[in-house]
Ligand binder design. Structure first.
Ligand code: SAM
Ligand code: SF4
Length: 335
């Protein structure tokens, strides 16, 4: 990745500058986490999914418009056939300063070194429990051992930062907040706690009963660790604290209990090529139609992205009964 002086052309009507894209490379996954998917999930037919070439064209268009940070997500990015070739190609994009990956970690043991060599700077690995039985209850099919081996492989590969992601659910893993934090602290990696979001319709559990607020999670952590608020940092819906005297940072991603929409700097692209302007709203444009239009090229693609900024809503309304809730599942959204 090389830097360039590309001016950012993506400013919405509320004056927010978009410089961060979360790009979903597949809706498929080898896990079926209860908060993310249904058990008998059906996935998109291949022709509806952007090809690796189309995904690259989208990434290129965004970087040419001044985007500096792209996170690859899904579904599980590492289950997409030949995803490494896309990642290696993206690693060469001029202007892209940060290439990031969110993964369930199950395949990191195999790919960590190649990902680092391809230019991936940072990795987030989701792990909601350190107990194998519970881990299976939450992920339905995942094996904890493979994820922990993946985390070790990522540490050995030497990424700038590794961050664990944990969704805390009452009755599932709410007694593991400190265990998970200790695990991160011992390994000198970061950990973020994500509030469960009401995305998609899942009859598996009642989210209003399982959702734990991050204020509660923070209280639990502060029983053992001092969080240094002088070096806290805010990015979108996340707030980070340094753990006093330790190398690890703690993030609280609180889209439900705290609304940080006024600082929102991001958009998402689903694997069908839908450019979503907000996680909690349906405002979107269809990039796939442009990518597959033989009369359109990169210029039209970029213009459509610039024009879409007009559609970015001011905020989301999670759990607000006055407003419709999103029907997308998280794997479709690009978490
Ligand atoms: N498969 C990868 C993984 O699990 O990290 C990447 C995709 S996953 C959709 C991205 C993140 O979204 C994960 O950390 C996951 O825990 C989180 N997630 C999924 N569904 C969620 C929900 N309903 N509320 C909050 N976070 C969710
Ligand atoms: Fe798969 Fe990630 Fe969703 Fe779990 S959270 S089902 S690992 S996409």
């Amino acid at each position: 990745m090389t830097t360039n002086s590309q001016e950012n052309k993506l400013i919405d009507k509320f004056g927010r500058r978009v410089d961060y894209v979360r790009l979903s490379v597949t809706d498929r996954c080898d896990f079926r986490c209860v908060y993310c998917m249904t058990e008998g999930m059906t996935f998109l037919p291949r022709d509806q999914v952007l090809s690796l070439e189309e995904l690259f064209q989208v990434a290129q268009a965004f970087t040419e418009l001044g985007v500096k940070k792209i996170r690859l997500t899904g579904g599980e990015p590492m289950v997409r056939t030949d995803v490494m070739s896309l990642i290696e190609q993206m690693g060469t994009l001029p202007g892209l300063e940060e290439l990031l990956l969110t993964t369930n970690g199950a395949q990191l043991e195999k790919y960590a070194t190649r990902l680092k060599a391809a230019g991936v700077n940072r990795i987030n690995v989701s792990v909601d429990s350190l107990d194998a039985e519970r881990f299976k209850r939450i992920s339905r099919v995942g094996k904890l051992e493979s994820v922990l081996e993946g985390i070790e492989a990522a540490r050995e590969a030497g990424f700038d930062r590794i961050r664990l992601n944990a969704v805390i659910m009452r009755g599932y893993n709410d007694d593991e907040v400190l265990n998970l934090t200790n695990y991160a602290v011992e390994r000198e990696i970061d950990i973020a706690f994500i509030e469960e979001m009401p995305l998609g319709i899942t009859s598996h559990h009642d989210r209003e009963e399982t959702t734990c607020s991050n204020d509660w999670v923070r209280d639990v952590i502060e029983q053992k660790y001092e969080l240094d608020s002088t070096i806290s940092r805010t990015a979108g819906p996340s707030k980070y604290f340094q753990i006093a005297g330790k190398a690890s940072r703690i993030g609280f991603i609180s889209p439900v209990s705290h609304n940080f929409c006024e600082d929102c700097n991001r958009v998402r692209v689903t694997v069908e090529g839908r450019l979503l302007l907000c996680l909690g709203n349906e405002h979107s444009i269809d990039l796939r139609a442009i990518l597959r239009d033989s009369f359109a090229g990169q210029t039209e693609l970029k213009q459509a992205i610039i024009d879409s900024m007009e559609l970015k809503p001011e905020r989301h309304y999670f759990y607000d009964k006055e407003h419709p809730q999103p029907v997308r599942m998280m794997n479709m959204t690009g978490g």
